[in-house]
Design a protein. Structure first.
Length: 273
């Protein structure tokens, strides 16, 4: 049984421009299931240096980091773990007695999710932000060589493509031929102003084999719905969110939950978010 909140309770948190409930509910449910004296709370901020100083000053054990802070937070930390240093993107901060280290559990989640995909499969990644770095690095490190980065921001797109050895184009219409693996790493399809936008043209979805969308809300984006209706294999943002959150939980607590606990926490968080 989880102890009641008291003076010895450890606090973990998240920083995001658009906080959601999944991570908060997921971590807190896992604390209950494992009996740990922890509590988790999400925050938004317009003062990133102040927020990071607060983590250090208040001995907050750890913090998730989401858009748009994944790169901006790096100069405010004391060091980077290999997962974050390799891609210059942080999605997790761990506080060890005032020493703040940046990690990237998005990378590990993507590595796990693409483990059984044919490495010879050509792919397109649409997007060039912090999560796109994690995806591109995981694909490169997994042995995927035939890829294209689609990004309207030429500078960011070219840098990302060059860093990982892929091609860059500014518009999805410039991609020729069928592409078996489509990966959306943009807000297209996310709840909000882009909720009804299809991340890839219908013809590309019809010709693909695997549709991978990192958007977490909703789980079934227009892209995922269209791919599922066409009988394609789909990898969702919900899967990424769960796997990366488990890795965060382990970094914060040193405890590895079992598969049943993870499944229960994820289901509970989805049902109550």
């Amino acid at each position: 049984m989880k102890p009641m909140i008291g003076r010895d309770t450890r606090l973990c948190m998240s920083l995001s421009a658009r906080p959601g409930n999944f991570g908060t509910r997921f971590h807190n449910r896992l604390y209950e299931l494992t009996g740990l004296d922890f509590v988790y709370k999400s925050f938004s901020t317009t003062d990133l240096p102040g927020a990071i100083a607060g983590i250090r000053a208040l001995d907050i054990r750890g913090s998730a980091v989401s858009m748009p802070f994944k790169e901006a937070v790096i100069p405010l930390l004391d060091g980077l773990a290999a997962t974050a240093g390799a891609i210059d993107s942080v999605n997790t901060i761990v506080n060890d007695d005032g020493v703040l280290t940046g990690h990237n559990t998005d990378y590990g989640a993507v590595v796990d999710l693409i483990a059984d995909i044919d490495r010879a499969m050509p792919f397109v990644v649409q997007g060039a932000g912090g999560m796109a770095k994690a995806v591109a690095a995981a694909l490169r490190d997994g042995g995927f060589r035939n890829g294209t980065i689609v990004a309207r921001n030429e500078t960011a797109g070219r840098i990302l493509a060059h860093r990982y050895g892929y091609e860059w184009v500014s518009d999805i219409q410039a991609v020729s031929g069928p592409v078996p693996l489509l990966v959306n790493v943009t807000p297209l399809g996310m709840t909000g102003r882009d909720a009804d936008v299809l991340a890839f043209p219908a013809a590309m979805i019809a010709a693909c084999e695997i549709a991978f969308d990192v958007v977490q809300y909703p789980i079934e984006t227009p892209f995922v719905r269209a791919a599922a209706a066409a009988g394609k294999r789909c990898i969702t943002g919900a899967e990424v969110a769960t796997l990366q959150a488990v890795q965060q939980f382990i970094l914060y607590t040193g405890v590895e939950p079992d598969a049943a606990q993870v499944a229960e926490a994820a289901a509970w968080a989805r049902a109550n978010s």
